[in-house]
Design a binder for this molecule. Structure first.
Ligand code: AOF
Ligand code: ZN
Length: 355
């Protein structure tokens, strides 16, 4: 059992290498063990590319370990798939290679799979164990599970506030709250999510680019709330280097598909919502329909308030810097709202998570 945990931890660790590259697929890792040694391992590297099990079996075979597979155990962080999507079913591959045993963290909530991969392997006489490190498996794929189960993207709210609780100066003059390391961290976070969202006022006052500069990785899709389509076309958000989705009351259009979405040539897309108290919910549903599985909300105050009020958020990353400005735009108050959350403090940042 101790050894099982160790191998599964390794599989979880490998899976996490897919962060920022595999969405809207889940991150999956696979470690194949024979008599206490790893004979092959792999992870899902790229959206549309081979799944973790395929890489791990290929790894075992290319190292001359093919003959050991029928005596080996595969540790897979998610139920092997049973459907033909962009790639053939992993459960069939495992059956054809006659693996002895398969251990997984969680079953796949994807309705195309959910239990069928497990059933197929059991039917073929493979010993299957489900539920090793299940919380770790859920946490790893918090975006994927939230999208599958709650039918909306995973929402992360991020803001920086001064020591006296302000987000910005009243009239929008530049304000530096966090330092260079925090800034790098924010850019890293941008590479990890499918979309970054800002409100109308932030787009207009800050003219942000919302791309990744201080880290290496994928630029997210930008989302801006511009209900009446009034933002000037000269804003950095509309520079067509990355796609931008404009959430508005007036028109709708399609968004380029994966992976073209991230190739740097994309245009703008429009997502229409109807005026009302459920605008945020409508928007999230619309974003998920465009295969956006996670949204990093970078402000401003009104947008963050709106998310907090609807309760449609999963995580808060709040930075409190040492600057004191006396007055300005008040930071959101987190007391009360966060009772059910897990809270972690690190450096200048406080993390609240519901997962
Ligand atoms: C696995 N191993 O490594 C992953 C799985 O379009 P496809 O073929 O890439 O299939 C995507 C779906 O497959 C995804 O929604 C999820 O249900 C499952 N992901 N399954 O056996 C993997 N990434
Ligand atoms: Zn698969």
């Amino acid at each position: 059992m101790e050894a099982d945990i160790q191998w599964m931890r390794r599989a979880l660790q490998l899976a996490a290498n897919g962060l920022g590259n595999v969405s809207p697929n889940p991150m999956v890792g696979c470690v194949i063990v024979h008599e206490g040694s790893i004979i092959g391992e792999g992870w899902h590297r790229q959206y549309g590319g081979p799944h973790a099990e395929v890489w791990a079996i290929h790894d075992a075979e290319s190292k001359g370990n093919a003959h050991l597979l029928p005596e080996a155990t595969a540790y897979v962080t998610l139920e092997p798939c049973s459907h033909t999507g962009k790639t053939p079913p992993c459960a069939d591959l495992i059956v054809s290679k006659k693996l002895k045993k398969v251990i997984i963290c969680n079953s796949d909530p994807n309705p195309l799979v959910s239990g069928r991969g497990i059933a197929r392997m059991i039917d073929a006489g493979i010993e299957v164990k489900i539920g090793l490190l299940p919380s770790e498996g859920l946490a790893l794929n918090k975006r994927f599970f939230t999208a599958m189960e709650q039918k909306r993207p995973y929402v992360i709210l991020k803001w920086a506030e001064t020591a006296d609780g302000f987000l910005a100066h009243e009239r929008g003059e530049a304000l530096r709250i966090s330092g260079m390391l925090s800034n790098m961290r924010v850019h890293q976070w941008r590479t990890e999510e499918d979309a970054i969202l800002v409100g109308y006022k932030t787009a207009l006052m800050d003219n942000p680019r919302l791309n990744v500069r201080n880290w290496e990785g994928r630029d997210p899709v930008r989302v801006v709330l511009d209900r009446h389509l009034q933002l000037p076309a000269t804003l950095n958000l509309f520079n067509k280097i990355q796609p931008t989705i404009v959430v508005n009351y007036l028109q709708e259009s399609s968004l380029p598909d994966f992976p073209e979405r991230y190739s740097g040539t994309s245009d703008m897309a429009y997502l229409q919502v109807n005026p009302g108290a459920d605008e945020i919910e409508q928007m999230l549903i619309g974003l998920l329909a465009r295969k956006i599985q996670s949204v990093f909300v970078e402000g401003g105050a009104a947008v963050i308030h709106a998310f907090l009020q609807t309760g449609l958020w999963d995580e808060i990353r709040r930075c409190q810097g040492p600057v004191v400005i006396g007055n300005g735009v008040k930071a959101p108050t987190t007391t009360g709202i966060l009772r059910s959350s897990e809270k972690v403090e690190k450096d200048l940042w406080t993390y609240y998570s519901r997962v």
